[in-house]
Structures are given as structure tokens and as C-alpha cells.
Design a protein around this ligand. Structure first.
Ligand SMILES: [Zn+2]
Length: 331
């Protein structure tokens, strides 16, 4: 790279597209010099590496689409496509796209994802097919580690709008009439959900500032053995055959995955295991690695004495923070 790498190329005020301008303000640096492109002194200045990052955030990450399972970006850029862009941006983005392409000497193009990224994974397809599901669940139980969680281990459980907040049973698995709505529970198969990470508890419960919230601290009264689906396992094959990626996509997917997860839970319980540790969709917000992100314990562990309540607090949400990036509306 030449020594122009750190030189200001453009500034945030060079852009017409509002999302791009706001992203550029986040990435650029303030200085009183004049922008070599638009002569503004007030815009945040971007060098080559800032501009490259901006292009990645806005065009690559900003063009992500979610498949039923998995996700992929639909725009990519590189120097081989310089002056050969095949995008059709909105009119407010045309000039900005041209400017970035020229400054980075790259071209932006429609990108065909590697198909495993959008769910073309054999074990995942077999899980979606009721005829082959059981066989894959057998492999999952066989290949993922079983972990003992020792007695005394603490978990948090958050309750929204309980009738009587001091009633311990309010913190147990939901009553029969509500079963079959969660990730792992089904009719006649109650499941208790908890976490050691308070932020994940809040995210998973999808709470709002209007909710009346109570947090219970619980402790295991005896050791339990659970299947740990948050661990990655050693595999020899390609991504297209990966059981780990299949599991990862299953937990990242919305509620259409629950039908499969409920069958997994029933099979795991038949293998005399007490529950499942599973990854959180909100892993990225978590700060500690040693905590159990999410645990599902089969049955009603509070009423059957497996979990004791050590403390209940009211929890008051101060505010809910949104984090966001921008992407193109059309391409
Ligand atoms: Zn400028």
C-alpha cells in the first residue's frame, strides 16, 4: 500500500445517500482541513481504510438477506470488477457509488452466495424432513457433548407481568394451557428456560418498558446432566455436511425452527438427559464466555424441587437501546 493510505480521500458530506452519510460520520475523523473532494471542512474525513470499511458495512453487510435457514450478503466488491459494476442503485445512490468505486478502484456486483450459507446443508435438510429427522437427532445426541451442571449452580429467570410476584410457582415452566409455544416445549412436555446471563435473559424474553418485570435467582439442588448444543464439535466433512452449522442455523432461525427443536427436546429427554444448553441468538451482546447462555430444563423444576428460589427482585428497564447500520434500499 502506498503512503496515501492514511490520507483523506473524501468526507461524510460528499455523500447524497442519507444512510451512507450517517455511516460515514460514524467512521470518519473530525479535522478542520478542507475535503479534497467536496471542499467541506465540516464533514468527517475518511481515508482508504475508513472508506473500505464503509463499503463493507453499507454494501456487503447492508445487502444481507435471510433465507429460511442461514443468511448471506447479495453485494460484493473487488478490484477485478472495477468499472464493471452490475448494480442498479436508486438515483440518490448513483453518484455516491461512483465516488466510492473511483476512490477505492473497485467495482460492486451482485454476488451468488455459497449455498451452504443459505441452508443447503444435508443434516439441516434431513431435519426438516419428518422421515429422516429421527436419524439426525440420533447423531446430534451422539456427537454433541453431555455436561454435568453441578448442584448450587445459579440461573436467572425473568417473568413478565406475574399475577403474584412472590409466588414461587409463577417462575416455573408455564402451565399446561400455555405449552407448545416456546422453543422446546410441546403439549404435555413442559420446559423451563433460564440463563446465567442477565442481558440474554432480557433479550430472549423480548421485554418492553411497559412490562412489569421480576427476576428470580435460582439454584440447582442436585447435579443434572444436559446435552450441550452450544459447543462446536470436530467434523471432517465440508460445510455442506456440517452438523454444527445445521445446529447453529437452527437456533438463529425464527419460530419456524421450533417444530424441529421440540422433537429434539423430546428425544433428548428419552435419553435420560435433564435438559439442553443452547446458544443464544443474542450471543454478540454477551460479555462473559464462561456463563451458560441458555438452558432448557425438562419438566417443572421449581415445583419438583430441582431448583430452589434464592431471591426475587423487581427489575425496572431504564431504556432500550437500538443499534443499527444502513444499507442500500435497491440494487
Ligand atoms: Zn467531502
Amino acid at each position: 500500500m502506498t503512503n496515501s493510505f492514511y490520507e483523506t480521500l473524501i468526507c461524510s458530506n460528499c455523500f447524497i445517500d442519507e444512510g451512507l452519510r450517517l455511516e460515514a460520520e460514524q467512521l470518519g475523523k473530525s479535522d478542520s482541513k478542507t475535503c479534497p473532494n467536496c471542499q467541506s471542512t465540516l464533514g468527517k474525513k475518511l481515508n482508504y481504510s475508513n472508506l473500505n470499511e464503509l463499503a463493507n458495512i453499507f454494501f456487503v453487510n447492508g445487502s444481507i438477506f435471510r433465507a429460511e435457514y442461514g443468511a448471506s450478503n447479495t453485494i460484493q466488491f473487488n478490484e477485478h470488477h472495477y468499472k464493471m459494476s452490475d448494480l442498479s442503485p436508486a438515483k440518490w445512490l448513483e453518484q455516491d457509488l461512483e465516488l466510492i468505486s473511483e476512490k477505492l478502484k473497485v467495482g460492486f456486483f451482485h454476488y451468488g452466495p455459497r449455498l451452504w450459507k443459505v441452508g443447503e446443508i444435508e443434516p439441516l435438510k434431513d431435519l426438516q424432513d419428518k422421515n429422516s429427522r429421527e436419524k439426525v437427532i440420533g447423531r446430534i445426541i451422539e456427537e454433541f457433548p453431555k455436561t454435568t451442571v453441578v448442584d448450587g449452580t445459579n440461573f436467572y429467570r425473568l417473568r413478565k407481568n406475574p399475577c403474584i410476584s412472590s409466588n414461587f410457582n409463577e417462575y416455573d415452566s408455564p402451565p399446561d394451557r400455555y405449552l407448545g409455544c416456546g422453543r422446546f416445549d410441546s403439549k404435555n412436555f413442559p420446559v423451563f428456560y433460564a440463563s446465567q446471563d442477565l442481558d440474554i435473559c432480557l433479550h430472549e424474553s423480548r421485554v418492553t418498558v411497559e412490562d412489569e418485570l421480576y427476576l428470580a435467582k435460582l439454584a440447582l439442588t442436585k447435579p443434572i446432566t444436559v446435552l450441550d448444543l452450544s459447543e462446536s464439535i470436530a467434523e471432517n466433512g465440508t460445510e455442506f455436511e456440517s452438523l454444527s452449522i445445521a445446529i447453529h442455523f437452527l437456533f438463529r432461525a425464527p419460530s419456524h425452527s421450533y417444530e424441529i427443536l421440540r422433537d429434539i427436546a423430546i428425544f433428548v429427554s428419552k435419553c435420560k438427559l435433564d435438559g439442553i444448553i443452547y446458544p443464544s441468538y443474542f450471543n454478540q451482546v454477551s460479555t462473559s464466555y464462561d456463563t451458560i447462555k441458555n438452558i432448557a430444563i425438562f419438566g417443572r423444576p421449581i415445583s419438583n424441587g430441582l431448583l430452589s428460589i434464592e431471591c426475587i427482585n423487581r427489575l425496572i428497564l431504564k431504556h432500550v437501546e437500538y443499534k443499527y447500520n444502513f444499507g442500500p434500499a435497491a440494487f
